[in-house]
Design a protein around this ligand. Structure first.
Ligand SMILES: *Cc1c(COP(=O)(O)O)cnc(C)c1O
Length: 420
């Protein structure tokens, strides 16, 4: 992993040719299938599991988490219900408690183990939709959405694309956009509420790392009877660090939170967490049947996710948290932020223009799309391009547990070589 180019362009025809075109009539030996699969896909594998992949917000996979996730496949547990896997149910119960603890969220909140923050946003916003329409006198569970009263949904102008897709999935229109500051954080003064509504806030902007003012938003929502949802796919993990938790001050006052385990917790794909303060509201929106009215003595995983049968994702989350411990998690988060700060200072020293205030693990550097392509082609590291306030930029996200200072120095040198 340390030696191979991090991301290399590959002609999909090469992969298609190697993967054989027709399904064989007779089955083949498993060893042969796997050997040939490994050989065939190699040129198409991105070293995102390694220490110099800074694209999107992509964590690596901690050894314990990776092994636990492999066991989830080997044991082939169906995490659907308590009887389908008591182990998966109780592991998720324990991992949920630990997640709430390290994220400093209310201990009585409920946690659904979903595929990622997009599904966590969709899950939480479906709960929000039902509850807020309930306050407006409409029962979504009984009557559906057609004919429902108007429901205001608001989000910061720099809300993540998955807020828009999540709203689309659950039958709601795009949000009204609230003005943001120059780092992309919502301006609390620009939020005007006149009654029940859903407000989508953000903890950690993908470009700048900026946080919406969660405490102020929580107070405003409480006063208006509005639901505050926080998209904190990676930013919520700042709460795990005593040095950084000021950034998420007030987050615990929200009604729901979406986050990822496959980003900063360094759990393998796929792993997201849908968290709701009101456990019963979560069960009313997601549970399978009227049986939700009676709380079983066991955790029923299907109460908290849109899926019924699914992979036992809790094993890897449990293993990641236990192998890091509280101190190791804080150290991981702080180390990544320290590396982001080092990136910013090395790049500035080299003459690059850093466009954001580096408050977390994200660094935004002015760069043409050609320069981004040159970095990607050199293969020392991988990062993606973006447009920030009308300017072309490259986005560096430091989220991996194995990234060292040397990786940062090698990568910064490669970036500076690519800039004009
Ligand atoms: C990554 C991200 C998402 C989407 O998460 P997936 O895990 O890709 O579903 C949503 N919001 C923010 C802020 C993100 O960074």
């Amino acid at each position: 992993m340390d030696e191979r180019p991090v991301g290399v362009p590959v002609d999909p025809e090469v992969l298609r040719a190697r993967l054989a075109s027709e399904l064989p009539e007779a089955g083949e030996a498993p060893e042969r299938v796997l050997d040939e699969l490994v050989a065939a896909v190699d040129p198409g594998l991105v070293a995102s599991a390694g220490p110099r992949y800074f694209g999107f917000v992509t964590g690596q996979a901690l050894p314990a988490a990776r092994a636990a996730d492999m066991l989830a496949a080997v044991w082939d547990q169906n995490a659907f219900s308590y009887v389908s896997s008591p182990a998966a149910a109780v592991v998720e119960e324990v991992a949920a408690r630990w997640v709430l603890d390290v994220l400093e969220l209310p201990a009585k909140a409920s946690v659904g183990f979903v595929t990622g923050a997009q599904m966590a946003n969709a899950t939480c916003l479906a709960v929000a939709r039902n509850e807020v329409l309930g306050r407006l006198g409409w029962d979504v569970a009984r009557d559906g959405l057609i004919g429902a009263p108007p429901l205001r949904v608001l989000a910061g102008a720099e809300a993540h694309a998955t807020i828009f897709s999540a709203l689309r999935f659950i039958g709601l229109a795009p949000p009204e956009l609230v003005a943001v500051d120059d780092q992309g954080a919502m301006l609390a003064d620009a939020l005007s509420l006149d009654g029940p509504a859903i407000v989508c806030a953000q903890a950690g902007n993908v470009n700048t790392g900026a946080f919406d003012p969660l405490g102020e938003l929580a107070a405003a929502c409480r006063e208006a009877g509005a639901w505050l949802h926080v998209d904190g796919a990676f930013g919520l993990w700042a709460a795990a660090s005593p040095a950084l938790r000021g950034l998420v001050a007030g987050a615990a006052g929200a009604d729901s939170w979406a986050t990822d385990a496959h980003k900063w917790l360094n759990v393998p794909y796929d792993s997201g967490l849908a968290i709701v303060a009101d456990r019963d509201a979560h069960r009313r929106a997601m549970g399978l049947s009227a049986a939700y009215l009676v709380e079983s003595e066991h955790r029923q995983n299907y109460d908290f996710t849109p899926e019924a049968s699914r992979r036992a994702r809790g094993f890897a989350v449990y293993a990641a948290l236990r192998s890091l411990g509280r101190a190791g998690l804080a150290e991981l988060i702080e180390r990544c932020c320290g590396h982001a700060a080092l990136f910013a200072s090395l790049l500035r020293e080299g003459g690059a223009e850093v466009l954001n205030e580096v408050v977390l693990n994200q660094v935004l550097v002015a760069a043409s799309s050609d320069a981004v392509a040159r970095v990607q082609a050199e293969g020392v590291c991988w990062l993606g391009g973006t447009v920030w306030r009308g300017r072309e930029a490259m986005r560096i996200s430091v989220s991996g547990y194995e990234t060292t200072e040397d990786d940062v120095r090698r990568s910064a040198a490669s970036i500076l070589r690519a800039l004009p």
